[in-house]
Every structure is written in C-alpha cells, then in structure tokens.
Write a protein that binds this ligand. Structure first.
Ligand code: PMV
Length: 304
C-alpha cells in the first residue's frame, strides 16, 4: 500500500429537475469549487475520521472502498478535511464517498476510469443513503455540469456552458429533510398519479429549455428556467414558506432566476446573478441567511 495517499472530490448543486429525477425525468447538476480531501494512512482499520466520527457507516464506507480497490481494510485509516458544510444539500456524503474511493485507489496504485468512478461512487454513497437517484455521486465524480437520467447505469451527459455560471447558494435556517420530502411526494403521486406525471413532464420540458439556454450561455433564459422550475416545485409540494421568501427576496434583489435546490422543504436555494458577490451580500443582509457566491459548471473552475 502506498501511503499517505490522497483523493479529492467536489460537492454539488442540482440546477434543475430535482425530485422529478427520481421518476426518470432528466435533471441538471453541477460540481462545486468546494470539496473535501480524504487521506489514506496505514493504521488500525477500517476507520474514518471526519464529521461522521462515531458513525459506523464511516467504517462501512472505508470497507467498501477497500473492497473496490483491492486494499486490506484492517490496515486502512482515512482522514477527511472538508470545505463542504454537512447536511446542507451540497452533496457532502457523495463527495466523501468519491474522495475516499480515489484515495484508496491511489493507495492501491490504481487509476479509476470515469465509468468506474461513476459506478463505484454510486455504490459507496449507498452506505449513507438508501436508494437515491445517484445524481450526487455523479457530480462528485465529474466535478462539472451535466445532464442526468437515472437508470442502471444512469445516463450522464456533460453540458459545458461557454462561461462559468455565476451562482449564489443560500442556506435557510430550517433543517432540510430530503427523505421526508421524497416520501411526501411519493404519497401524493400514489394518490393522484396522472396529476403528478403531468407535472413531472412539465418540469422535464423546463429542464430541456434550461439545458439549451445553459449551452448557449443565455443566463436570462436559464434564470427563467429556474423560476419556472420553482413554480412547479411548489405545485409538487416540496417547497416551503422559508424557501418561498428566500427565492422572492433574491429575485427582488436582482437575481435572474431563483429556486430551491436538492430535497427542498427547508435547506438551500440557488439564484443566478450577473454579480453573484453583490447578490450574496445583499441577500445575507436582507434575510440573515448564509449566502455563497460561486462560479460553477466548467471543469477548470472546480478546485476539488
Ligand atoms: O437533498 P439532496 O441535495 O441530496 O438532493 C435530493 C435530490 C432528490 O432529487 C430530491 C432526490 C434524489 O435522490 O435525486
């Protein structure tokens, strides 16, 4: 085993299509220029030192990463340094899974192909989440903007905007609960499948328009797609009063479009803005929330 060995992976935001992606419709996500680093050293393993300390799933993750890369888990200790706030919908679990996988592969003297990382990252993220769509580990593995349709395997299509996308990510005070939001929507879909299938199709059409705007570098068109997607997310019942207020405030302060991102029902919003630093500062002032200004979407902007 070659130690110390390091691996990095980035977080993610879903730009368009969360929730409907669970029902086979397309979504667009991007990796973030914020990530985490995993370092493998020799020790008494399998062990993971991170914010998951004391969580047995940390050792399960190391065990799974060792199995995937041919290392002896009893000798592997993984230490994690993260720039991603956990539990905020920025894909920290998936980034942890992919970074650990990359560090173990480096320790084993192996280089994984993108396809291997996509498949293994998905399997490893399953240690933390039951059966998610798989969009988070794809973002961690790719680190840039892509279209995603779930499946075995998922269909992942890189989407390169002509320039980095100027984005604000803001976090509400209410803790998010993706499982509850996904379960609630499932119950409503079970009760009224035709209504919800039609809404899912409407989101899919917005995602298609958003993808075209993104590829053209048309921020106004992409912002309009954010707004239309948010209206449909509200009709799906996965938004919240807090998100509604944040989105409305971001628009009032000049955002080109704004919507929830990820599971919803609390958690984070994204807003497209020509000057994301100014919007982030104004949004934080106006609402008291934490807001980050980021430029996302292209491989070279992703530090992880
Ligand atoms: O809450 P997050 O950021 O992990 O995103 C959940 C995205 C959903 O589409 C709601 C669920 C999924 O598995 O894709």
């Amino acid at each position: 085993m070659r130690t110390p060995a390091r691996g990095r992976a980035g977080g993610k935001v879903i730009l368009l299509g969360e929730h409907v992606v669970v029902y086979g419709r397309p979504a667009i996500a991007t990796g973030l220029p914020l990530g985490l680093e995993a370092e493998v050293s020799a020790g008494d393993g399998p062990a993971l030192a991170s914010e998951h300390d004391g969580d047995p799933r940390g050792a399960d993750l190391v065990r799974a990463a060792c199995a995937a890369t041919g290392l002896d888990p009893a000798r592997v200790v993984v230490r994690v340094r993260s720039e991603l706030p956990p539990g905020r919908g920025l894909g920290s679990s998936a980034a942890l899974a992919v970074a650990t996988l990359r560090a173990c592969a480096a320790a084993a003297g192996r280089t994984l192909s993108t396809d291997e990382e996509l498949a293994l990252g998905r399997r490893l993220e399953g240690v933390f989440h039951g059966t998610p769509s798989g969009i988070d580990p794809a973002a961690a593995a790719l680190g840039r903007c892509f279209g995603f349709v779930r499946g075995e395997p998922p269909v992942v299509t890189p989407l390169a905007p002509p320039a980095p996308l100027p984005l604000v990510v803001a976090f509400g005070a209410c803790p998010r609960d993706t499982g509850a939001a996904v379960g609630g929507l499932r119950a409503r879909w079970d009760a009224e499948p035709a209504t919800y299938e039609a809404l899912f199709d409407a989101v899919a059409a917005v995602v298609a328009r958003g993808a075209e705007a993104l590829l053209r570098g048309d921020l106004t068109g992409l912002g309009a797609a954010f707004d239309e997607n948010q209206t449909l997310l509200e009709r799906l019942g996965v938004s919240s009063d807090e998100i509604g207020t944040l989105v409305a405030t971001a628009r009032r302060l000049g955002a080109l479009g704004a919507k929830l991102t990820g599971g919803g029902a609390g958690g984070a919003i994204i807003a497209l803005a020509t000057d994301p630093e100014t919007l982030a500062a104004r949004l934080a002032d106006a609402t008291g929330v934490q807001a980050l200004a980021l430029r996302v979407g292209r491989a070279q902007e992703v530090a992880a």
